[in-house]
Design a protein around this ligand. Structure first.
Ligand SMILES: [Fe+2]
Length: 302
């Protein structure tokens, strides 16, 4: 099976497992009838933990290297220039990076930090970390038999997919704004709409460039098969970025996306999401949802 979206959104409709930390359950997503993968016993109250780099085996590092090399070979012509320029900050692919060294490098660039977490964490904890410019990265790596597909995001998805664009100042600011917006959406019970924004931008976003469409979403960039599919396949719909349209659009987590949304620039993304979402949430709630893969009259198609 080729890799599909190897992640879940931070705020998808979650089934909460029994509490393991501070009376707050780590959110699991999708079917949700199993506990989240990862050791939560060592996590702090904000769900961060130590990376415990010494526990990675030689096989773990080798698996990371193979995942990295497979993806890196595909980037030219498919990934956006900003991502390609920044991926070198991950360092040598021969071993899983040490988060503390990587964190120092991101901090020097954009004042973001990389922090370890046991795995999926609750929405509010996730939003809180982002709002403080701390990006949570799962410590564990998938098993060899999960080379092509892993259900929950692992260290490879989180690092390779997400961390390079944290070196981009505009995207870094967008991520912080998203976290702050998430905390507010939690109070307004609008997390589902905001989760769609994350899904269709941070995880599965495309950007229009003079050289053609390119991927910037982490779910695409860390997927063996979806990177090419998202940019070149005639099958999916590629729709010009429209915030309200995105918030109305459902998504699927177990297949390649049938809809992608295309931004013109990270500036556009930041500017479009700067206003107060409160009236927008009300408008979205008053309208029908849109199925993934469908087209509506106002769509600007690529
Ligand atoms: Fe992700």
């Amino acid at each position: 099976m080729s890799a599909e979206s190897d992640l879940v959104a931070p705020a998808d409709t979650g089934v909460h497992q029994k509490a393991v930390n501070q009376g707050v359950a780590p959110a699991t997503y999708g079917q949700g009838d199993r506990p989240p993968r990862g050791d939560y016993a060592q996590a702090r109250t904000d769900y961060t933990c130590e990376q415990d780099w010494a526990t990675y085996s030689a096989a773990d590092h080798d698996l990371y290297r193979r995942l990295y090399e497979r993806q890196a070979a595909q980037l030219p012509g498919l990934a956006c220039d900003e991502f390609i320029a920044a991926v070198k900050h991950l360092g040598s692919p021969t071993h899983i990076p040490r988060f503390d060294a990587l964190s120092d490098a991101v901090y020097r660039a954009t004042r973001w930090e990389v922090v370890a977490v046991p795995g999926l964490i609750p929405e509010e904890a996730f939003f809180s970390l982002l709002s403080r410019r701390k990006f949570p990265v799962t410590g564990w790596i998938r098993k060899p038999e999960e080379f092509d597909y892993v259900v929950e995001p692992d260290v490879f998805h989180d690092l390779f997919g997400h961390v390079p664009l944290l070196f981009n100042p505009m995207f870094a600011d967008y991520m912080q704004a998203y976290g702050a917006g998430g905390l507010k959406a939690s109070r307004l019970e609008s997390c589902e709409y905001l989760a769609r924004l994350y899904w269709y931008t941070v995880e599965f976003g495309l950007i229009d460039t003079p050289a053609g469409l390119r991927a910037y979403g982490a779910g695409i960039l860390s997927s063996a098969g979806e990177l090419r599919h998202s940019v070149t396949s005639p099958q999916p719909r590629r729709v010009g970025f429209d915030l309200e349209r995105i918030m109305r659009t459902r998504y699927t987590i177990d297949s390649y996306q049938s809809s992608y949304f295309v931004i013109d620039s990270f500036q556009q993304l930041f500017d479009a999401t700067a206003p107060d979402f409160t009236p927008l949430y009300r408008r979205v709630a008053a309208q029908d949802e849109i199925a993934a893969g469908s087209v509506v009259a106002a769509d600007r198609l690529y």
